[in-house]
Design a protein around this ligand. Structure first.
Ligand SMILES: NC(=O)c1ccc[n+]([C@@H]2O[C@H](COP(=O)([O-])OP(=O)(O)OC[C@H]3O[C@@H](n4cnc5c(N)ncnc54)[C@H](OP(=O)(O)O)[C@@H]3O)[C@@H](O)[C@H]2O)c1
Length: 290
């Protein structure tokens, strides 16, 4: 992991600065200066250390930036990939962009919308690599698994919210499927580490978290992180599906595949990232204030 980078003269252009990883990056005490892009920057008093620019990456306006050579793509890859030409015109020569392991895990989903996401991720990765190669921009793609940052994300923190509200979390079946949740701060540090390792040029890496555990164990750790004894309710998958058919319309952002996936292993090999930029993420021990 990088050492003290506060003296780095050139700032980094941060696309998706308000994302989970962007928030974690901003909170790093030893990070470089950032030029942050957002369609809705935060209030001025929260912008102390960085310059914020209001911009839509899908717009046709060139980005009003100069003297920045490196961009971190923390917005969805399908937003970042089409912006590569504009970034090249702004002087960008190096891009580290985040995609997702959903590229692999959702390809065979029974849900057509999920298959489309996998497809879109794959197409966007290819488009970003091709555009960068054409424009002589060095690129690296990082594909996290499930990202969490306590109190901020819609995955692990959502489980904590449910646990707090209902005191129990239902699982579809035994919840035996394996997971590797990854902390947003480890990903922010990974993006910086990649910049210091030329072996990462022109490569894509899956980035699993530091621990592989079952969905059930992940839920139990969430309870432990709140200082509570774990309480989970295993519901037979057939009942889960029936319940979802009734309750699904009242659960925005959820779909029946989420239950089906609790039994599936979603695991990835950290070895290439360990080898090329010393990827050493933390174990899964989230902490939630009582
Ligand atoms: N969340 C996960 O579990 C997960 C898992 C694997 C991979 N990933 C990937 O990791 C990255 C971060 O994920 P996330 O869930 O925190 O963020 P996200 O919801 O995928 O993206 C939100 C960010 O994208 C920016 N953005 C979106 N459209 C934009 C546009 N047209 N112009 C400018 N900015 C735009 C938003 O900025 P403003 O709204 O401020 O404009 C915000 O900062 C993404 O690449 C995501 O695909 C996420």
């Amino acid at each position: 992991m990088p050492g003290d980078m506060s003296q780095t003269p050139a700032p980094l252009l941060c696309l998706g600065a308000t994302s989970l990883i962007g928030g974690a990056l901003s909170a790093l005490p030893d990070r470089p200066r950032l030029i942050c892009i957002s369609r809705r920057p935060p209030p001025e008093m929260e912008q102390a250390r960085d310059r914020w620019i209001t911009a839509d990456l899908t717009g046709s306006e060139p980005l009003p930036v100069r003297d920045v050579e490196t961009a971190l793509g923390l917005a969805p890859i399908w937003v970042v990939a089409p912006a590569v030409e504009a970034l090249a015109r702004s002087g960008i020569r190096r891009i580290v962009a985040f995609s997702s392991t959903s590229r692999w895990t959702k390809t065979r989903s029974a849900d057509a919308a999920e298959r489309e996401i996998a497809d879109r991720l794959a197409r966007s990765e290819d488009a970003l690599a091709a555009a960068c190669d054409r424009l002589a921009i060095g690129w690296t793609l990082l594909r996290p698994t499930l990202i969490y940052r306590e109190g901020q994300d819609g995955n692990v923190s959502r489980l904590a919210h449910l646990a707090r509200r209902f005191g129990i979390i239902p699982l579809a079946g035994a919840g035996a499927g394996l997971r590797q949740p990854v902390h947003a701060e480890d990903l922010a540090r990974a993006a910086l580490a990649v910049l210091e390792h030329p072996a990462t040029l022109g490569r894509a890496y899956d980035l699993p978290g530091g621990e592989t555990l079952s969905y059930r164990a992940m839920v139990e750790r969430v309870f432990e992180g709140m200082g509570h004894r774990p309480r989970v309710l295993a519901i037979p998958p057939v009942l889960w599906r029936a319940g979802f058919a009734l309750a699904g319309p009242f659960l925005p952002g959820a779909n029946a595949q989420m239950g089906a996936r609790m039994e599936a292993d979603l695991t990835f090999d950290p070895a290439p990232a360990q080898r090329d930029f010393n990827w050493r993420p933390r174990d899964f021990r989230p902490r939630f204030p009582a």
